[in-house]
Design a protein around this ligand. Structure first.
Ligand code: ADP
Ligand code: MG
Length: 747
């Protein structure tokens, strides 16, 4: 008998060597192995006879190898194999497949799966690039006594057959997985306990875990083929729901713990409101008002705020952040505002000086490029509580700053940081809060104009947690936000400030560059500014991407010798970068040639044209971010996507989406579809959990359900659910899922 928790090494046919190979795939235990689901299924219940095949259909054919060989045409080598059933024959071809040279031997039985097509002359049918499996050569690693061979054969044909991704550079084949998983299933205890509480199971009609594991690998003959391929059979739903349910349970628990922590209950009275009103340079939009209310109401409560503020580029998040900062400052607390880049930190600093300093708030900018003395000075001011709003890069503030009395941490453009990093940050703020107590004991002066807020006394030793506001321009679909930022409450600015004219987006091939530059010239002549963005800095010999540096030279000396052309890229000295940015902001540069460093947050409302060369090379989210740099004023703005050379199919879809819509949410959804959530958030390396069986895009609906059910379970016990059941579920979450998801860290 095997336990689910048994290491795979002890499964018959695996051993320590193959266990290592599996471990690279994240398969450590029998449970992991059984959650290694087929990525598709083949209907070999009714394999087709060659004579009844029709062109255009997908078909499985089981036949015998007759002849095979490699042919070289002028363009490429083609491998051809003829398979037969009695007197019928079927030609199969693979392009560029020299590796198949010695694969087939006459007389072997093969399963072939692929698209049936008419050949060039339309007379004969053939399978083009079919998937295949040789059915009668035993895989050496599993041993091969007679019974085992018979079993193996029955696993390959006469049923719906699971197809697995191979592992270990093809060493562990789909057939290998099929046999190993089959034997693991056979050796499972007959009654696996179900960790999902009964009431949830009933509500969702979930089948038992054992049933689900069997059927997901070895579907019943009557199972809907469509549901199988779509991962929507009862077996799939059970397993996917289970995974999502326990992740959500962990997140919900975390959310509840956070709500119970000791934070700061900021005072929000007429005086504070008046202070906010005083700084507003414009009438906030209804959406801005709404999110400020949500934020203010969090800040008023004794539990620490953990809120995500989401708003498309240009929707006006900055002023909302400043408003929140005022609440904290008026209460005598300090605020940290962290940006992903120095340029952005600087930009926030300029705005803060413009908007907040006249009202008497003390704002400091802490950047890496400052002289050491100056840095030390600023740090001292921060530690003493003199600086009220501290603006800097995330890295800098996190690494080296000790606050006298931190009350609010604002993280801008969160999508640049990994998910994990955010968690580190929160830990840091609580460490800072510990310092806070010490500093207070040394008698820190409380700055700010209002009376100090009432610290919540829950235990005399626990320091209050600062509030955290995370801002992002990435329009994360709500259900995804639930999981990715599962412990954050969500506020959305879904309205643009008034007076914006929609951006016109056009796509042109770069052989029409002349026309584009003519247009740019006209825009500059009418007083506007232009961005020209390139994917790389220096020309690379391997590819012919136009590089920012080279194009800067060409544009400034040849195309626009009479205009003021500037250059901005990531490798410039920080000082220089700032200078260039400032010149552009002041309107002293007409055309800014740049790499994607301008991507996030930069705000120059007089810029009306964004030319992106080699637009096909950029990701969709990135293109949208870049386009967000224009259209910030009342004048009509234009985004020109230039393409050079051949554009891939995905590239076409990205460009097409850009031309079709300005709606960040629509773009995000498509980007998710094209790239998957891991890359979408740039979090693969930052440790976003990749799910075992769930897929955040495909399973959005189930995710939503799982989230509700997890919340319901935790609000028990009640008539529906006993404390014992809740405990069992929590125990399972900790033992089975928590280590899979570092995120769902439950203290
Ligand atoms: P983002 O959400 O991308 O950070 P910003 O906060 O930089 O956007 O705002 C974009 C521009 O819109 C800024 O120039 C800002 O001053 C302006 N803005 C923001 N809110 C309003 C408003 N309610 N009315 C008019 N202009 C606004
Ligand atoms: Mg911004």
């Amino acid at each position: 008998m095997l336990e689910l928790s048994t290491p795979v090494q002890y499964v018959k046919g695996i051993g320590p060597r193959l266990a290592d190979v599996l471990s690279a795939k994240g398969i450590h235990t029998v449970d992991d192995l059984l959650h290694y689901l087929p990525f598709r299924y083949e209907d070999r219940l009714n394999p087709r006879s060659i004579s009844e095949l029709r062109a255009g259909e997908m078909a499985t054919v089981i036949a015998e190898v007759r002849t095979s060989g490699l042919f070289r045409t002028r363009r490429m080598p083609i491998f051809e194999m003829t398979a037969g059933q009695g007197r019928s024959r079927l030609k199969c071809i693979w392009f560029n497949a020299t590796y198949l040279r010695d694969r087939f031997k006459p007389g072997q039985v093969v399963a072939l799966y692929g698209k049936v097509e008419g050949d060039l002359y339309g007379s004969e049918l053939q399978l083009v690039q079919p998937q295949f499996e040789i059915l009668d050569d035993a895989t050496p690693s599993t041993g091969s006594d007679a019974t085992e061979q018979k079993l193996a054969a029955s696993l390959e044909v006469g049923r719906i057959v699971p197809i697995y991704e191979s592992a270990g550079q093809g060493r562990l084949t789909t057939r290998w997985f099929r046999r190993i998983i089959y034997s693991a299933l056979e050796n499972l205890p007959t009654d696996l306990p179900d960790p999902i509480p009964a009431v949830v199971r009933r509500r969702l009609n979930l089948i038992s875990p054992r049933d689900a594991l069997w059927k997901v690998h070895w579907p019943d003959p009557g199972e809907s083929f469509h549901d199988l391929q779509a991962s929507r059979t009862p077996a799939h739903i059970r397993l996917i729901f289970e995974e999502l349910f326990f992740v959500e349970l962990g997140l919900e628990l975390k959310r509840r713990k956070q709500k119970a922590e000791t934070g700061i209950a900021f005072r929000l009275d007429e005086q504070v409101r008046a202070a906010i009103k005083k700084i507003l340079p414009f009438h906030p939009t209804a959406a801005q008002k709404r999110v400020l209310k949500e934020i203010a109401s969090d800040m008023e409560k004794p539990a620490p705020m953990r809120r995500l503020l989401q708003g498309d580029v240009g929707s006006g998040k900055t002023i909302v952040a400043f408003e929140a900062a005022i609440i904290a400052m008026e209460n005598g607390y300090q605020v940290a505002l962290m940006a992903p880049t120095e340029i952005l930190a600087q930009q926030h600093y300029f705005s803060a000086r413009l908007i907040l300093e006249p009202a008497g708030y003390r704002v400091v900018l802490l950047t890496g490029s400052l002289e050491d003395d100056r840095k030390r000075d600023i740090r001292r001011h921060i530690a003493q509580g003199n600086a009220q709003l501290v603006i800097g890069t995330h890295a800098l503030i996190e690494r080296s700053v000790e606050f006298g009395r931190i009350g609010l941490v604002i993280v801008d453009e969160q999508h640049r940081f990994g998910v994990l990093q955010r968690f580190k940050l929160m830990k840091k703020s609580s460490e800072t809060a510990t310092d806070d107590v010490k500093t207070n004991n040394r008698g820190t002066v409380c700055v700010g104009t209002g009376a100090p807020a009432r610290p919540v006394e829950r235990s005399s030793t626990a320091p209050p947690e600062p509030d955290v506001l995370v801002m992002t321009a990435t329009p994360i679909p709500r259900t995804l936000a639930l999981t990715l930022y599962g412990d954050l409450d969500l506020s959305v600015i879904d309205e643009m400030p008034p007076g914006r004219t929609p951006i016109i987006t056009r796509r042109v091939s770069d052989d029409r560059a002349g026309e584009v530059w003519e247009f740019v010239r006209k825009q500059v002549k009418s007083g506007h500014q232009v961005y020209v963005v390139y994917p790389v800095i220096e020309e690379n010999e391997e590819n012919e991407l136009k590089a920012a540096l080279k194009m800067y030279k060409e544009l400034s000396s040849r195309t626009f010798p009479d205009l003021r052309v500037g250059l901005l890229h990531g490798r410039l000295e920080p000082d220089l970068k700032e200078q260039v940015m400032r010149l552009f902001q002041k309107g002293e540069i007409d055309i800014l040639v740049s790499t994607t460093v301008i991507e996030v947050g930069v705000d120059v409302s007089n810029a009306t044209v964004m030319v992106i060369e080699h637009a096909e090379r950029f990701g969709l989210a990135q293109l949208h971010q870049l386009r967000g740099r224009i259209g910030r004023g009342a004048a009509k703005s234009y985004c020109i996507l230039m393409t050079g050379g051949k554009v891939s199919e995905d590239g076409e879809r990205r460009l097409d989406a850009m031309v079709r819509t300005n709606d960040g949410f629509k773009i995000a959804e498509l980007d998710l579809e094209l790239r998957g959530p891991g890359e979408f958030f740039g979090t693969r390396q930052a440790g976003l959990p990749s799910f075992q069986v769930a897929n955040l895009i495909r399973d959005r609906q189930l995710l939503e359900t799982a989230s509700h059910e997890a919340a319901a379970v935790l609000s028990g016990p009640n008539q529906e659910i006993s404390q014992e059941e809740i405990n069992r579920a929590l125990h399972h979450m900790r033992t089975r899922w928590q280590k899979t998801y570092g995120l769902v860290e439950v203290a």
